[in-house]
Design a protein around this ligand. Structure first.
Ligand code: PLP
Length: 421
């Protein structure tokens, strides 16, 4: 029998968004707070909720949905691979696993070795363990950093509210202000195993360091025999208009961690170790059941091929620059930050939560990482037309926030035809 959709999709037993959220709260752990909407469908840069409302997705699952929603290339890669070989243990390999490792090394632009994971925090864990194999234990990390939530990754994540309930965390972490070369110079000595930096801090609100920061970090780590570890979990795989955000600075790191956008929505991460660092982890040092799964690696190959074929790096640069330029002169905007389609909007007043809520009501999904910053990380397929439409709505919402009346009116045409999903 052909699949006819869920009862909701068939129009039977229709359950509203608020009823689903009530059920969510009865069945799921309260780690994220109540969900904002119950999403049932996506296509391109749009998603629909269970109540039939359409949203332009300017967050892309927080920098994950590289190709938007329901992209045929991912669909085809995943279904073909699943119909051929869905999973093997790490006693074996599969052809997409090998191809993806080779492709990632080619994109990073250096020789090395790859360890696959299923998430960003696992990529951090793998790299953290690798640094211990240097015989040194100290890691220098930037204030404002976010590297994940497992115990090891949390030790390298700066936010006190995340850390304090779980202390003691793995130790020997030295904190430095982000973007401050002199502080880095003072913190790194011959006992340091690695310096870990995001090339643009994402969770902190899309903070871009000075141009000479990563080159300085490379010089300082080399001088002291320490590893330079760049966390590209949020910034990698084309998000900033380059394959990796550190490429613009011209440095070659020792360790690179990626996840989020790599699978375009299929869970996959990778720890890439370049040069000699590729042999830090040896048999028995680390492992995973799901990392490097054939379906996930096939999805990632499809994401990368589509970025190449559809010139999405160029699109990310052009559309990102357009959005930043078109918002920069609003009187509530102090600055626009980021590169490509990782965009920060710094407000002159701490009203980002109000603007985010009003945007959702108006049919735009955006994020407010700090009280005075908004973050956009839309699919790399976002068109100039969609960007212009979003900017028009955002400017209206910023006007309203400035006048103290955020949240009036839903975007024209943002309800799906017929009002049902
Ligand atoms: C820079 C960075 N590193 C690591 C992580 C953790 O990734 P995940 O949520 O997949 O565990 C994130 C997630 O937001 C991130 O932004």
């Amino acid at each position: 029998m052909t699949y006819q959709g869920t009862p909701h999709e068939r129009g039977a037993n229709r359950i509203t968004g608020s009823e689903w959220i009530e059920r969510y709260q009865g069945a799921l752990m309260n780690t994220f707070g109540p969900p904002q909407r119950v999403l049932v469908r996506g296509e391109g840069a749009y998603v629909w909720d269970v109540d039939g409302n359409r949203y332009l997705d300017l967050l892309g699952g927080i920098a994950v949905n590289t190709l938007g929603h329901a992209h045929p290339a991912i669909l085809d890669a995943v279904t073909t691979q699943l119909g051929t070989l869905g999973h093997v243990s790490n006693f074996f390999t599969s052809t997409p696993q090998v191809e993806l490792a080779e492709k990632l090394l080619q994109l990073v632009g250096a020789e090395g070795r790859v360890f696959f994971t299923s998430s960003g925090t696992e990529a951090t864990e793998a790299a953290f363990k690798a640094t211990r194999r240097t015989g040194r234990t100290t890691i220098v990390v930037a204030e404002g950093s976010f590297h994940g939530r497992t115990m090891g990754a949390l030790a390298l994540t700066s936010k006190e509210a995340y850390r304090t309930p779980f202390e003691p965390l793995p130790g020997d972490v030295r904190w430095v202000p982000y973007g401050d070369t002199a502080a880095l110079e003072a913190a790194v000595d011959d006992t340091v195993a690695a310096v870990l930096l995001e090339p643009i801090q994402g969770e902190a609100g899309v903070i871009v360091p000075p141009d000479d920061y990563l080159p300085a970090a490379r010089r300082i780590t080399t001088e002291h025999g320490a590893l330079l570890w760049i966390d590209e979990v949020q910034t990698g795989i084309g998000r900033t208009g380059d394959w990796f955000a550190h490429h613009l600075s011209g440095v070659t790191p020792d360790l690179v961690t990626v996840a989020k956008g790599l699978g375009g929505g299929i869970p996959i991460g990778a720890f890439i170790a370049l040069g000699d660092a590729g042999s830090l982890l040896q048999p028995g040092n680390h492992g995973t059941t799901f990392g490097g799964n054939p379906v996930a690696t096939a999805a990632a190959l499809a994401v990368i091929a589509t970025i190449e074929d559809d010139h999405l790096l160029e699109n990310a640069r052009a559309v990102g620059d357009r959005i930043r330029a078109d918002l920069a002169d609003h009187s509530l905007v102090a600055d626009t930050t980021g590169r490509g389609l990782l965009i920060g909007i710094v407000l002159t007043r701490p009203v980002s939560a109000d603007v985010q809520k009003a945007a959702l009501e108006a049919g735009l999904i955006i994020n407010n990482p700090t009280p005075d910053r908004l973050r956009l990380a839309p699919p790399l397929i976002l068109t100039a037309y969609q960007a212009d439409d979003a900017v028009k709505t955002l400017r209206m919402l910023l006007d309203e926030a400035e006048a103290g009346v955020p949240g009036r009116g839903r975007q024209e045409g943002s309800r799906a035809e017929g009002g049902e999903s």
